[in-house]
Ligand binder design. Structure first.
Ligand SMILES: O=C(O)CCC(=O)C(=O)O
Length: 262
């Protein structure tokens, strides 16, 4: 599976500009003929405008579906379209949409761990479901930013059989080390690929870290960005999962009777 990670710099509270820019970047990424292209968290609004959020949000994912559904079909590529501020049923969610090569929306995930440190829960509604989907026959999971700190969520996805985890984020530069270590740890402990897509640039007083990456189940970095806008390319060899599980098989050796985590 060839992956292109779009580490995007977006403008706060400028969805019209951000839609155009995301489309431009996807078209550019598609030139290398990847199987899947990814975007970061809340790329439509930035993370996140406290005024007029409802007005700036997508409505039921209608615009994302129209633009990225047809783009996926036209470019014959799967798109993990990051996440967007998305209003539905009178509430606003931080929602990730994924499209297959036919342009169908195959996954819709609402962020389940809102970042209370920044008051995200005062503006957004909590997601209630864990989501997996298939890209060209490969089982994948999706999480959003702060979700990466919750190993239980990722283990839940891994026990459902995912081989690739997509993490879409707007992670700040001042905690870059957490971003790098958490993504790598999730890849190693769950013996799967992690494709983590961050934003870059600044919004208000926050500088975003970039350092998007494609990480293999050994924790080896296949591709990594720096702190500016870039498209990363990397190839995922799923045989690596079998190799590691044949030698260090944590799924066979785990002892769930001991684990009381609720
Ligand atoms: O957990 C962190 O340090 C950052 C989380 C975050 O910025 C987010 O969830 O949007």
């Amino acid at each position: 599976m060839k992956v292109s990670v779009v580490q995007m710099d977006m403008l706060l509270a400028e969805p019209e500009y951000n839609f155009k820019h995301a489309e431009e970047l996807i078209r550019k990424a598609a030139k290398d003929k990847p199987d899947v292209i990814t975007l970061p968290e809340t790329w439509n609004t930035g993370f996140f405008p406290k005024e007029n959020l409802e007005k700036l949000s997508d409505k039921n994912g209608e615009k994302v579906k129209a633009v990225f559904g047809s783009l996926a079909k036209e470019l014959n590529v799967n798109i993990v379209a990051g996440s967007v501020a998305n209003s539905k049923d009178g509430k606003i969610y931080n929602t990730s949409f994924t499209f297959n090569r036919s342009g169908e929306c195959i996954a819709e995930y609402d962020k389940t761990h809102l970042f209370t440190n920044m008051g995200e829960e005062k503006y957004f509604e909590w997601g209630k479901n864990v989501v997996t989907f298939e890209i060209d026959g490969v089982k994948c999971g999706i999480i959003i930013c702060y979700d990466i700190r919750f190993l239980e969520l990722v283990r839940t996805l891994s026990l459902q059989g995912i081989e690739v985890l997509f993490v879409v984020s707007q992670w700040p530069d001042r905690r870059l080390k957490h971003w790098q270590i958490l993504n790598m740890a999730r890849a190693i402990e769950n013996q799967m690929f992690v494709v983590c897509t961050n934003s870059c640039g600044t919004a208000n007083e926050t500088k975003y870290a970039g350092h998007s990456a494609i990480i293999d189940p050994f924790g080896e970095i296949i591709a990594e960005g720096n702190d500016s806008e870039v498209i990363l390319n990397g190839e995922i060899d799923l045989n690596i999962i079998k190799n590691i599980r044949d030698t260090i098989n944590v799924y066979r050796d785990r002892n769930p009777k001991l684990y009381k985590i609720n």
